[in-house]
Design a protein around this ligand. Structure first.
Ligand SMILES: NC(=O)c1ccc[n+]([C@@H]2O[C@H](COP(=O)([O-])OP(=O)(O)OC[C@H]3O[C@@H](n4cnc5c(N)ncnc54)[C@H](OP(=O)(O)O)[C@@H]3O)[C@@H](O)[C@H]2O)c1
Length: 341
């Protein structure tokens, strides 16, 4: 019997595990202009998942019960009337809030993304890698020959951003929290890796890059953000891509107002939110997949194996504990009978 299950947020709170449960569902039927997609792998966005459970995602009001997860890759399992561009068996990616953590979804044809193969590596690019490229290019005005700093540099977003900034010919400073991450960052050509558990970010910047950061892509926030603002160069740009460390704000903010830093240096702080740049995603995606195919960008998928919807809460916690190296992917394919015994 074919199983279709989905993760549902059934209540609000800070724990993804406690707020969600797996429910059985019937396999939906593709209507006119729609396609039934069977998921093979889903990407994990632990910070977003937790913020959804807290109803803290600014553009979505969460009224349980609602689906969880965003991106998945898989294959076309059936096509509805009027669909001519897709065939059963085609590999496909889908990026739809509320639809990632499930075995099947029906999706309007126009939202499907054509991919070469339904692999975990594709999920490192779509949508995380594409967001990294858009944040750097569209908001950060990525150039060449500048000093570019990326935080959470070996994470889902950061691993692509870092390689993209290196590839563009910049002096890249990458900030990360483990030696394994530092090794990987050095292997992709980063000029200076700051493993913040070994050397404090603030003192390294004060000594080696005082007010010398032309472009910063930060997704950590909190005191790290304050330190980065202080070290922006004249005309420097800081792109806010998230605030992982500050996602459950508890501490009183005592830093000075940022205009005192920005004004004199003619520097700026800018926000990036991927869905607001949706129209630029297709060309960025094409460029990124091409760079991957040519080997100039590596898809970094976290080596820890997560299998089945039952493992999604573990995967979310793995990310929120900062343990991931690259994009976390959950395998949703049925377990082969031999392995299951
Ligand atoms: N703006 C957008 O459109 C957009 C799109 C995608 C993601 N995001 C945001 O970007 C951030 C990164 O997302 P991601 O899915 O790619 O995650 P990720 O970077 O793969 O994982 C989070 C990483 O943050 C670092 N970190 C620093 N301080 C932390 C703390 N206090 N607690 C936990 N982790 C901490 C950890 O790496 P180190 O210890 O090595 O620093 C951890 O591995 C998130 O805030 C997410 O919401 C934004």
């Amino acid at each position: 019997m074919t199983i279709n299950q989905q993760i549902i947020i059934h209540t609000l709170g800070p724990s993804f595990r406690a707020c969600t449960r797996i429910e059985q569902a019937s396999i939906p039927v593709a209507g006119k202009g729609e396609v039934l997609v069977r998921h093979h792998f889903a990407g994990v966005n632990g910070v977003y998942d937790q913020m959804m459970c807290l109803d803290r995602v600014e553009h979505t009001r969460v009224v349980p019960p609602v689906g969880a997860g965003v991106e998945a890759v898989g294959e076309v399992a059936a096509i509805g009337p009027g669909v001519t561009d897709w065939q059963v068996g085609d590999p496909v990616a889908v990026v739809r809030a509320g639809f990632g953590y499930r075995h099947y979804q029906v999706c309007p044809e126009v939202e499907l993304i054509r991919i070469p193969a339904a692999t975990p590596e594709i999920l490192a690019m779509i949508p995380s890698g594409v967001s990294a490229v858009l944040a750097l290019e569209r908001v950060g005005e990525l150039g060449t020959g500048e000093t570019v700093l990326i935080t959470a540099a070996a994470g889902g977003l950061g691993s692509v951003a870092t390689q993209w900034a290196v590839r563009a010919g910049n002096h890249v400073v990458a900030v990360c929290g483990s030696d394994v991450k530092a090794q990987w960052l050095a292997s992709v050509g980063v000029n200076r890796v700051i493993q913040y558990r070994r050397e404090p970010l603030e003192s390294v910047l004060a000594k080696e890059y005082p007010e010398r950061l032309d472009l910063v892509m930060d997704s950590v926030g909190g005191p790290v953000f304050d330190t980065l603002v202080r070290n922006l160069a004249p005309h420097g740009r800081l792109v806010v891509c998230g605030y992982t460390s500050d996602r459950l704000p508890t501490a009183e903010v005592t830093s000075e107002r940022i205009y005192t830093q920005l004004y004199w240096k003619a520097a700026s702080v800018r926000g990036f939110m991927n869905y607001r740049f949706a129209r630029y995603a297709p060309p960025a995606r094409q460029k990124l997949l091409q760079a991957c195919a040519e080997g100039s960008v590596q898809a970094l998928v976290d080596p820890r194996s997560f299998r089945g919807l039952e493992s999604v809460a573990d995967a979310v916690e793995h990310l929120l504990e900062g343990n991931n190296l690259g994009k976390i992917v959950v395998d949703l394919r049925p377990i082969p009978v031999a392995e299951n015994q």
